[in-house]
Write a protein that binds this ligand. Structure first.
Ligand SMILES: [Zn+2]
Length: 391
């Protein structure tokens, strides 16, 4: 069950920070941007629910990663229980961390962090600093200090940000200026307290890294491919029948009729493996539908992965390199034996020679069949018809 996500005004946030029964004092405040969804993809509550679904359904985390999410309109949305450790930055999580996501892409020349949203961000940081008497500026940590990601965005200068936080903190000593944004702030303090103390699901792998859909994920993915344990003939043989079933399910599913959906599934699986390596062997369709809010970023990542796989396979199949001779023969022989044989041969080459995980190889094979081979059947028939005498 997703928790209720409540939209707090800055004053309600401050009140909740004061009234909350903190089990551990917070000594670090982690600052993130979501990257995706960006400003144009923000839809209010459904966006927060989409992130929850992704974090719990795809990443298998116990709850939404963040304690609060800050919308482009300055909404401060509740998230996971505040006393719990967030899924902020792998290796840097703990119950002493308060972590929030700023919805937007603040890399240079993308979304601007301004006005109500900036004000809400500064308010959240300053309120926490004040409540926990944090004076060391290093208590504010940008995700990019803990990972190779640009998060919270290459346009955000940390020194300038800390100055703005200090100004906000000074301002908080006076009465809080609470504009009472439309549609927000209607929850009672009891409801707010219930929302920020709820228990999550059973925790699985919560020492995660927020916002997996970053460009860096592609590099990480390619690096993993190079050392993939599935790069072994024995595993590949054992995988054969399951893989063909998996690819057939994918090509015959509704998603199989839609290239974009297969690209999105490919991207999502790459993300899922990053969060939970155990999913690498899964070839069939997952239960969880693709979260709409992440669909386009998954599809982008899937397309980029596919382009690499497709290029590699083309060289094996149509190139002349001697080291590919065995794989080339395997693929060419399979063409005379029907779709299942072609599928099995492609999956074998993708896992055994390219080192792709079965979960990725199955979708890549479904895409290859749909994008490259099915159109080629048509070309083959045209060519064939030209050879035949007129009926
Ligand atoms: Zn981040």
């Amino acid at each position: 069950m997703p928790p209720p996500f409540l939209n707090l005004t800055p004053a309600q946030f401050s009140d909740a920070v004061k009234a909350y029964a903190w089990s551990t004092p917070k000594t670090e405040i982690h600052v993130h941007h979501t990257w995706r969804p960006n400003h144009s993809q923000y839809r209010g509550l459904p966006t927060i629910q989409g992130m929850y679904n992704y974090h719990t359904g795809t990443n298998h985390w116990s709850d939404i990663a963040q304690h609060v999410s800050i919308g482009p309109d300055g909404s401060i949305w509740t998230g996971r229980a505040w006393s719990r450790s967030p899924a902020s930055a792998s290796g840097f999580n703990g119950s002493h961390v308060f972590m929030f996501e700023t919805i937007g892409d603040f890399d240079t020349s993308k979304d601007p962090l301004t006005r109500d949203q900036l004000d809400a961000v500064l308010h959240v940081v300053a309120s926490l600093q004040r409540h926990f008497s944090l004076t060391d500026p290093d208590c504010v940590r940008f995700h990019n200090q803990m990972s190779g990601k640009t998060c919270p965005g290459s346009s955000i200068d940390r020194a300038a940000f800390l100055e703005q936080v200090a100004e906000k903190r000074a301002a908080l000593e006076g009465p809080i200026n609470d504009p009472g944004m439309p549609g927000s702030g209607t929850a009672t303090m009891d409801e707010v307290m219930a929302a920020i103390t709820h228990q999550g699901n059973e925790a699985i792998g919560d020492d995660g890294d927020a916002e997996l859909s970053h460009d860096g994920a592609l590099a990480a993915f390619m690096e993993r491919v190079a050392t993939n344990p599935f790069r072994s003939g024995a595993t590949t043989e054992a995988l054969g029948a399951d893989a063909v079933t998996g690819v057939t399910m994918l090509t015959e599913s509704a998603a199989g009729d839609d290239e974009q959906a297969l690209f999105a599934e490919l991207g999502r699986r790459a993300m899922m493996m990053e969060a939970d390596a155990a999913t690498a062997g899964q070839v069939g369709l997952g239960d969880a539908p693709i979260e709409e809010v992440f669909f386009s970023s998954f599809a982008d990542l899937g397309r980029r992965i596919f382009e690499r796989v497709e290029g590699q396979l083309y060289h094996v199949m149509c190139g002349t390199d001697g080291k590919d001779a065995t794989d080339r023969a395997k693929l060419r022989d399979a063409f005379g034996l029907g779709t299942n044989a072609v599928t099995a041969a492609i999956v074998t080459v993708l896992t055994g020679s390219f080192g792709l995980a079965p979960a990725i190889a199955a979708v890549a094979a479904a895409l290859l069949i749909r994008v490259v081979l099915k159109p080629a059947y048509g070309t083959t028939c045209e060519f064939w018809a030209e050879r035949l005498p007129p009926a």
